[in-house]
Design a protein around this ligand. Structure first.
Ligand SMILES: Nc1nc2c(c(=O)[nH]1)N[C@H]1C(S)=C(S)[C@@H](COP(=O)(O)OP(=O)(O)OC[C@H]3O[C@@H](n4cnc5c(=O)[nH]c(N)nc54)[C@H](O)[C@@H]3O)O[C@H]1N2
Ligand SMILES: Nc1nc2c(c(=O)[nH]1)N[C@H]1C(S)=C(S)[C@@H](COP(=O)(O)OP(=O)(O)OC[C@H]3O[C@@H](n4cnc5c(=O)[nH]c(N)nc54)[C@H](O)[C@@H]3O)O[C@H]1N2
Ligand code: SF4
Ligand SMILES: [Mo]
Length: 713
C-alpha cells in the first residue's frame, strides 16, 4: 500500500490547527491545537465559529494536557523485539522492515501449520474513528481468514437492546436537554464521562426542570438532583419494570401512541406485572417512597428525557435492564416533542458509514473470554491461538478475569504483537511492539456518539519517533501477504471516500463538520423513526427473546451472598479514558468503601492497607472511606494500570468473565468481593482526601473546565 504518514503542513511556526478529539467519549470535542516545530504545545476547545456547538468553548483537562501522553517517557518510539522474559518489558529496537517481515513470517507459518484461525486480532477501538479501525485491518485479518473478535467489552448489551427495540434510532441531542422538564440520568456519570452535558442539565434546572439520578453512588450530579435513587448494582431492571407496571395499572400508558407505533405491548405488560413498587423496593434497596416520587415525576412531566448510561448494562441483567429503560418513553408517551425520549448512543444518527469487509465465516471469539481462549484449548473449537495481534486496546488492563488474561499472555508458544502509542501493561507482555500514531498525528473521521457530529480530523503534529498509523501498517501487512485488490482504497483520501461512500452525509463541510441525515437535531418519532422493518418500536422483540436464556425482562437474582457480600463496581474516572492515560496517574489507587462496611471489617484509619479478593483474583491497595457509596457497594476505578496498585492488578482481576443476558457483554459490576486488612500497617496513612470523583471535570459553575496546561496533581 502506498500510504505514507504525512508530515502535516506547517503553515507558520508556531501554528494553530483545528481538529477533533477521537477519544472514547460521547462529546467528540472540536479542538484547537498549537504546534511548534511539529510538536503539540497547547490543546484547547476550538472557537465557536469552527466548533460543534456541544463543545461550548471548553474541553476536559486530560486532553488539555495530552502532551504528557504524546511526549512522555512511556511513548513507544520504535518497533522493538522482546529480549527478556515475557512481562519483563525488556525490548531492543528493530527496524520497521524487520518487524513487518517477522509478522508476515509468523502469520504465514501459523496459517500453514494450524490454519488462519490460529491468528487472532484483538482490538476494541473505542478511541478510534472510522479510518483507524475496521478498514485496512479488516482487509488484512478477514481476507487472511483469521479468527474474528466479538467486541463485547462495552456497549454490546445496550446495542443489542437498542437494536431490538428501535433498530437503533438517533436519540435526543444532548444540547436539547436544556428544554427538558425532567431529565433522568440513569447509570451514567457525565461529570466524568461526558462533561458537556453537565452545564446543560444545570441550565435546564435553572429553567425549572427537574433532575433524577439513578446510580448506586451519590455522583456529583446526584448531589444536585431533585431525586436520587440508589439501587443495588444490577437491579435496574426491577425498577424499570415497576415503573412500567404502574404506567399500565394507573392508565398512564399512552394507548394511542402504543397502538400506532409499538408492538409487544401486552407482552411487556405481562412481564412487568409481578413488579410492584414493594417488590422492586425490596430487590433494589430503593425505598417505595422514592420509586413513587420518580414515577410521579416521570408520568407527569413533558418533555421528559432519559440519558441511559453504560452503568446499566455491565451486569447479568444488563441487556434486559437497558431494554426496559429504553421502553419507558414509548409506554409513557414521551416522544414526539423536542427533548422528549431517550439518548443512548447517538452513533445511530449516522447510517451507512464505514468500510464493509465481508466476513470470512471463521470462528468468533468473544473478547470477554480471551483469558479462557488463550489458556484452554477446549474453550473454543478450532486451533489454539498462536499469533495474537493487539491494537487499539489494552486487554490486560481492561478485560475481565485478568489473571487468566495474564496467564494467556505468558504462554511461551504464543507470538504476541502489541501495536500501541505507549508501553501499556499489555505491551510489556508482547514479543513484538509497534509504535502507533495518535489522533493528533494521523488522519481519521471522528464520529460522535453523544455529539451528533462527524469530524474530518487531519494530522496536526509530526509523529513521534517512528510511530506509524494503523492504515499504513495494516495496509503494508495486507500487501505483503498478497491480500490487496486493485480497487482497494490506498491513500487516506481514497479511504475517506470509501468509508463515507454509501452515506447521504458525505458533504464534508470545509470545517470538517457533518450533521446527521436529518440535517438538524432530530425529534424522535417526528424526524426519526425506528429502523425496524415496520418502523415501530418492538417492546418484546423475538430476536432478544430467543437470545436470553430465561427470556427478555427475566430478572436474575443477586449472586454470591455469603462469602463475597460486597458488590464491587468499577466505573470511569475523569483522569483516564478506559485505560488510556493511565500511565500518567500519580500515586496509588484506593478501594473506596462505605464507612459502615469498613467498620464492620475493622478497616479504616489505622488499618488502611487491604486485600480485596474473590475466586477470580485479588487487588492489594489502600482503602478510602466514601459515604457517597451505597452501603454494600465498593469501588475501584476502571482502567487502572499495574503501577497504580500494590498488587499490580486492578478491578478486572475481580471481574467475572460471565456474560450479560443479551449481547454477550461484560459483567464488570457483577464482581462480588470480600475485603480484609493487610497486616503491615506501617506503610501508608489512610487517604482522607475526598473521593476522586468528587472532583468533577467541570468546575463549580459547571460552565468551564480548567484551561489546558493548568495542571493539577
Ligand atoms: N473520563 C472518562 N470518560 C469516559 C470514559 C472514561 O473511562 N473516562 N470511558 C468512556 C467509555 S468507554 C464509556 S463506555 C462511557 C461510560 O460512561 P458512563 O455511562 O458514565 O458509564 P460508567 O462510568 O461505566 O458508569 C456510570 C455510572 O453507573 C453507575 N453504576 C454502576 N453499576 C450500576 C447499576 O447497576 N445501575 C445503575 N443505575 N448505575 C450503575 C456507576 O456508579 C457510575 O456512576 O464513558 C466514556 N467516557
Ligand atoms: N474493570 C472494568 N474494566 C473495564 C470497564 C469497566 O467498567 N470496569 N469498562 C470497559 C469499557 S467501557 C471499555 S470501552 C473498555 C476499553 O478498553 P480498551 O479497548 O482496552 O481501551 P483503552 O484502555 O482506551 O485502550 C486503547 C488502547 O489503544 C491505543 N490506541 C489508541 N489509538 C490507537 C491507534 O490509532 N492505533 C493503535 N495501534 N493503538 C491506538 C491506546 O494508546 C490505548 O492503549 O474497557 C473496559 N474495561
Ligand atoms: S471532553 Fe471528551 S471529547 Fe472532549 S476533549 Fe475530553 S475526552 Fe475529548
Ligand atoms: Mo466503553
Amino acid at each position: 500500500m502506498t500510504i505514507a504518514d504525512p508530515a502535516p503542513a506547517l503553515e507558520g511556526n508556531p501554528a494553530v490547527h483545528h481538529t477533533a478529539c477521537t477519544l472514547d467519549c460521547p462529546d467528540s470535542c472540536s479542538l484547537e491545537v498549537e504546534v511548534e516545530d511539529g510538536r503539540v504545545t497547547k490543546v484547547r476547545a476550538a472557537p465557536p465559529e469552527v466548533a460543534h456547538p456541544l463543545t461550548a468553548g471548553f474541553i476536559c483537562s486530560k486532553v488539555g494536557r495530552i502532551s504528557r501522553h504524546l511526549y512522555g517517557e512511556d511513548r513507544l518510539l520504535h518497533p522493538a523485539l522482546r529480549e527478556g522474559a515475557k512481562g519483563d518489558g525488556d525490548f531492543r529496537p528493530i527496524s520497521w522492515d524487520d518487524a513487518i517481515d517477522l509478522i508476515v513470517e509468523r502469520m504465514a507459518e501459523a496459517k500453514t501449520t494450524l490454519g488462519g484461525e490460529s491468528v487472532l486480532p484483538l482490538s476494541y477501538g473505542g478511541s478510534n474513528g472510522l479510518l483507524t479501525q475496521d478498514t485496512a485491518d479488516a482487509i488484512l485479518f478477514r481476507r487472511f481468514g483469521a479468527s474474528q473478535l466479538a467486541r463485547t467489552v462495552c456497549a454490546a448489551p445496550s446495542t443489542a437492546a437498542a437494536l431490538g427495540l428501535y433498530g437503533k434510532m438517533a436519540g435526543v441531542a444532548l444540547e436539547d436537554y436544556e428544554h427538558a422538564e425532567l431529565a433522568i440520568v440513569w447509570g451514567a456519570n457525565p461529570s466524568s464521562t461526558g462533561i458537556h452535558l453537565v452545564p446543560i442539565l444545570r441550565a435546564a434546572r435553572a429553567r425549572g426542570g427537574k433532575l433524577v439520578v439513578v446510580d448506586p453512588r451519590r455522583t456529583p450530579l446526584a448531589k444536585q438532583a431533585d431525586l436520587h435513587l440508589q439501587p443495588r448494582p444490577g437491579t435496574d431492571l426491577c425498577l424499570a419494570l415497576a415503573l412500567h407496571r404502574e404506567l399500565f395499572r394507573r392508565g398512564d400508558a399512552d394507548r394511542e401512541f402504543l397502538a400506532e407505533h409499538a408492538t409487544g405491548v401486552d407482552e411487556l405488560r405481562r412481564r412487568a406485572e409481578p413488579w410492584t413498587f414493594e417488590r422492586a423496593a425490596e430487590v433494589t434497596g430503593v425505598p417505595v417512597r422514592d420509586i413513587t416520587r420518580c414515577y410521579e415525576l416521570y408520568s407527569t412531566s413533558s418533555p421528559a428525557v432519559i440519558r441511559c448510561g453504560w452503568g446499566v448494562e455491565r451486569n447479568r441483567n444488563g441487556g434486559s435492564a437497558v431494554a426496559a429503560v429504553l421502553a419507558l418513553p414509548a409506554v409513557a408517551g414521551k416522544f414526539k416533542v423536542r427533548a422528549g425520549g431517550y439518548t443512548m448512543s447517538n452513533g445511530a444518527a449516522f447510517r451507512n458509514v464505514g468500510w464493509r469487509e465481508p466476513s470470512p465465516g471463521t470462528r468468533i471469539v468473544n473478547m470477554n473470554h480471551i483469558g479462557r481462549v488463550l489458556t484452554d484449548p477446549n474453550a473454543i473449537s478450532g486451533p489454539p491461538v498462536q499469533v495474537l495481534f493487539v491494537y487499539n486496546a489494552n486487554p490486560l488492563a481492561t478485560l475481565p478475569n485478568q489473571e487468566l488474561v495474564r496467564r494467556g499472555l505468558e504462554r511461551e508458544d504464543l507470538f504476541t504483537v502489541v501495536f500501541d502509542q505507549v508501553m501499556t501493561d499489555t505491551a510489556a507482555w508482547a514479543d513484538l511492539v509497534l509504535p502507533a500514531t495518535t489522533f493528533l498525528e494521523h488522519d481519521d473521521l471522528a464520529m460522535g456518539y453523544g455529539a451528533m457530529v462527524l469530524h474530518d480530523t487531519k494530522p496536526v503534529a509530526q509523529p513521534v519517533g517512528e510511530a506509524r498509523s494503523n492504515l499504513r501498517v495494516f495496509g503494508e501487512l495486507a500487501d505483503r501477504l498478497g491480500l490487496l485488490r486493485d480497487d482497494d482504497p490506498r491513500s487516506e483520501a481514497e479511504w475517506r471516500q470509501a468509508v463515507l461512500g454509501g452515506s447521504r452525509q458525505r458533504r464534508l463541510a470545509d470545517e470538517g463538520l457533518v450533521l446527521p441525515e436529518t440535517g438538524r437535531r432530530p425529534i424522535q418519532f417526528v424526524d426519526v423513526f425506528p429502523h425496524t422493518a415496520d418502523r415501530k418500536v418492538h417492546l418484546c422483540p423475538p430476536s432478544l427473546e430467543t437470545e436470553s436464556a430465561r427470556g427478555l425482562y427475566a430478572f436474575h437474582a443477586e449472586l454470591g451472598e455469603g462469602r463475597y457480600p460486597l458488590a464491587l463496581i468499577s466505573p470511569s474516572v475523569p483522569q483516564t479514558v478506559s485505560s488510556t492515560f493511565g500511565q500518567l496517574r500519580p500515586g496509588q489507587v484506593p478501594l473506596e468503601m462505605h464507612p459502615e462496611d469498613a467498620a464492620a471489617r475493622g478497616l479504616g484509619r489505622d488499618k488502611p492497607r487491604v486485600r480485596v479478593f474473590n475466586d477470580y483474583g485479588e487487588v492489594r491497595c489502600h482503602v478510602r472511606l466514601n459515604r457517597d457509596l451505597k452501603p454494600g457497594v465498593a469501588l475501584l476505578p476502571k482502567g487502572v494500570w499495574a503501577r497504580s496498585t500494590e498488587s499490580g492488578t486492578n478491578a478486572c482481576a475481580l471481574a467475572p468473565d460471565t456474560l450479560t443476558d443479551i449481547g454477550a457483554g461484560a459483567c464488570f459490576n457483577d464482581a462480588r468481593v470480600e475485603v480484609e486488612a493487610l497486616s503491615d500497617v506501617s506503610v501508608r496513612r489512610p487517604d482522607i482526601r475526598p473521593p476522586e470523583d468528587g472532583r468533577s471535570d467541570c468546575d463549580a459553575s459547571g460552565a468551564r473546565t480548567r484551561q489546558p496546561g493548568a495542571g493539577r496533581p
